[in-house]
Each structure stands twice: as structure tokens, then as C-alpha cells.
Design a protein around this ligand. Structure first.
Ligand SMILES: C[S@@+](CC[C@H](N)C(=O)[O-])C[C@H]1O[C@@H](n2cnc3c(N)ncnc32)[C@H](O)[C@@H]1O
Length: 361
């Protein structure tokens, strides 16, 4: 409805480097971190940890589970220290991590990755904020481990992962009128708030098979929706989002779709083809428009249902740019931008620019 021309761009850069040393990034230059590290004590990551520190290899060879766990976490610790350094005061780090169960030398136990990461991040100075449990129900026939129907040797199935939410320092301030307006335009709907800020997320996992022959079989990617929600919950348009364990670049895609800038670090250069294909996919602008359209369609459906239930008193406010009803004053200035195009910047290895246009409702 609004015909203002709001064309603009965001910038996305990928470093093929170990995130234990992000010296390319200045201290306090990042607004938000959204990431998922390799999970210690999950076998698919043994090699990548062992390549980074021989202590991991030695502990695994000795069959020493706790020592392997600790050595793997000491590798991740270096990255969390860097994350703390590069985050702005008031910036947030969202870390998706699952615990691991493993039998080593006939000894079955739980390796509590989320607790170990929390402990270290709190020691760095992070404030721990309420955590999200990502419920990942499985129907696999072998999901129950241990002694079956005979007590007491059966084990509870792990069907969730954690999203740790940590803040550096106190709440972020929006001082100038322009910053306040941008924050209002970055708002989400009331009913999205109710869903996104609930502590259990029931999101389906994603297809794990990587097509490229060059790299590992499975992507270990998280769903786009997971990254998209976190980006929209904890940053505003034009912010810079960092993923130090970029993988297939799901975080970059969520940042692009949300009009945020992004930076990724990835140690495995063989993922280059997969990442390029994702970011430069010809259907990305359409997919991102569809995603916005679905958000709006869900909102219109919510409005309709609430009006049926509560009649004329259901809504006090109206969206400034789109004319539909909204529940709160905070939603009035919500504004969406459609992705027009993503292009690789000339003479660079992995730098991209995304261009936006006013979303036509
Ligand atoms: C769990 S995957 C991330 C998946 C990603 N969230 C996605 O949606 O595709 C972890 C990634 O971290 C990378 N990695 C492991 N150690 C690293 C390090 N020290 N620095 C940078 N990347 C690392 C691995 O190669 C892997 O691609």
C-alpha cells in the first residue's frame, strides 16, 4: 500500500578460517551471533576436533570419554572467547547445541555439552538468559536405548537440543530518533512474539544429505526458520550477524531474508560450492518473498479469527504501512522489505551484496 521507495543493500562476507582466531573482526563490532558448533562426543565430529588438537585424538584412542569431552570443549572455548570479544555490549549470542550420549569402553554416559558451554560462557562474563528447548521428536525404531522393558538399565531418549541465549553486558540502548524508528520497523507481530518467545520450539529438522561429493555426507544444518526467528528476535535491520561455525550458511540466508548484514567463519573450504549455491540460488528472492507472504497470511488469519471471537473490540491499532489490524502500538510501524537480488561482489572470493525493494502488500 505504501509506495515509498526504500531500496537498500546488505553485505555478507565469509572467511575460510578457524573461528578460534577472528582477528579480521574488530572488538565490539557484532550485534548478534547465531550459531551451532560441531557437537563434542557426537562421532561425526571426532575428526574435525582431532584435526584441531592432537589431545582429542589421544584421549579418544585411550578410550577416555571425559578427557575427550574436555579436550573438544577446550577447542570450542577459544571460539566463545572470540565471540565475547567481537560482540558489542548489549549484543546477544544464540548457541544451538545438543548433548551427546555415547558408549566408550562399555561405559555409557551423557556428555552434557550445553552445561559445559554455559559454564565457560558465564565465566567469560556473559549473562545467561532463559533458554529455548528445540524439541526434535524422533520416530526411529531404535530410539530407546538400554535394557528395553527390564529395569533399571534403560535410558531416556534425547529428543531435544538447546538454544542458549547469552548477553554481553546490559540491555542494548536505542538512542537517536533514527535508531528508534528502525527498531519499530523491525518489530514482529504480537502472536509471533507469543510463539517465538515460548521456551519450547517444535521445529522439524532439515534434510541432512549434502549433494557435493567433496565434503562430509551430512550437513548438520539447522532449519531456516530457527535462524530466521533468532535473527528477528534479537537484532534490528541493518545489524551485523556473525556465525563462527557457518556450515551450509543457513544463518547467512536468514540474515539476507531479514535485511541484516552477516559474517561467517568456516574451517572446511570444501563447503564453498554448497554455500555459493545456497546464497546465489536464483529462487532465493522468490523464496524469501514467499516466506514474508506466509508470515503476513498467518497474521491476517489471526486477525480474522480474533475478530470472529471478539468482534469490533478485537483490535485497537492499525498497521501504518499495510493497513491491517495489529494488537499493540509496538507493531504499528512494522515494515517489510522484499529481497530483489543477491550478487557476488567483483574481485572477492566470498562477499555478497543483497538488494531490497519495498514489500508490496
Ligand atoms: C554444526 S555445523 C553448522 C551447521 C550450520 N548451522 C548450518 O545450518 O549449516 C558446524 C560447522 O562448523 C565448522 N567448524 C568446526 N570447527 C570450526 C572452527 N574452529 N572454526 C570455524 N568453523 C568450524 C564445521 O566444518 C561445520 O561446518
Amino acid at each position: 500500500m505504501n509506495t515509498n521507495n526504500n531500496n537498500s543493500t546488505t553485505h555478507h562476507k565469509i572467511y575460510w578460517d578457524n573461528a578460534a582466531n577472528m582477528q579480521a573482526l574488530q572488538a565490539e563490532s557484532i550485534d548478534l551471533v547465531v550459531t551451532s558448533p560441531p557437537y563434542p562426543m557426537i562421532e561425526m565430529w571426532d575428526e574435525i576436533f582431532a584435526e584441531q588438537d592432537v589431545a582429542v585424538k589421544k584421549a579418544l584412542e585411550k578410550g577416555d570419554g571425559p578427557a575427550s569431552f574436555e579436550a573438544m570443549h577446550q577447542i570450542l572455548d577459544k571460539v566463545w572467547s572470540e565471540v565475547y570479544r567481537v560482540l558489542k555490549v548489549g549484543g546477544i549470542a544464540c548457541i544451538n547445541i545438543g548433548d551427546a550420549t555415547r558408549t566408550i569402553e562399555k561405559h555409557f554416559r551423557l556428555y552434557s555439552n550445553h552445561a559445559r558451554i554455559l559454564q565457560y560462557c558465564i565465566s567469560l562474563g556473559f549473562s545467561n538468559l532463559p533458554t529455548i528447548l528445540w524439541r526434535k521428536q524422533t520416530n526411529a525404531p531404535n530410539k530407546f536405548m538400554g535394557s528395553g522393558m527390564l529395569p533399571p538399565g534403560a535410558y531416556v531418549t534425547l529428543e531435544h537440543e538447546y538454544i542458549l541465549i547469552l548477553r554481553k553486558g546490559n540491555k542494548r540502548n536505542f538512542k537517536t530518533a533514527a535508531e528508534k524508528l528502525n527498531r519499530s520497523e523491525s518489530a514482529y507481530f504480537w502472536e509471533e512474539r507469543n510463539l517465538w518467545f515460548s521456551d519450547i520450539w517444535d521445529l522439524k529438522g532439515v534434510k541432512q544429505r549434502l549433494n557435493s561429493q567433496k565434503t562430509r555426507d551430512r550437513s548438520a544444518a539447522y532449519p531456516f526458520e530457527l535462524a530466521y526467528r533468532l535473527v528477528n528476535m534479537f537484532s534490528v535491520k541493518g545489524d551485523t550477524v556473525l556465525d563462527p561455525f557457518l556450515g551450509t550458511a543457513t544463518t547467512t540466508l536468514a540474515a539476507i531474508a531479514s535485511k541484516r548484514n552477516s559474517i561467517g567463519f568456516e574451517i572446511d573450504p570444501q563447503l564453498e560450492e554448497t554455500i555459493s549455491e545456497q546464497i546465489l540460488a536464483p529462487n532465493l528472492p522468490t523464496a524469501s518473498y514467499d516466506f514474508l507472504q506466509k508470515r503476513i497470511a498467518r497474521h491476517l488469519d489471526f486477525v480474522h479469527q480474533r475478530q470472529l471471537l471478539k468482534g469490533a473490540k478485537a483490535f485497537k491499532y492499525e498497521s501504518l504501512h499495510y493497513g491491517f489490524r495489529v494488537i499493540t502500538r509496538q507493531e504499528v510501524k512494522i515494515r517489510f522489505e522484499g529481497l530483489k537480488e543477491v550478487k557476488k561482489l567483483k574481485n572477492t572470493t566470498m562477499e555478497f551484496e543483497a538488494e531490497y525493494e519495498e514489500y508490496r502488500f
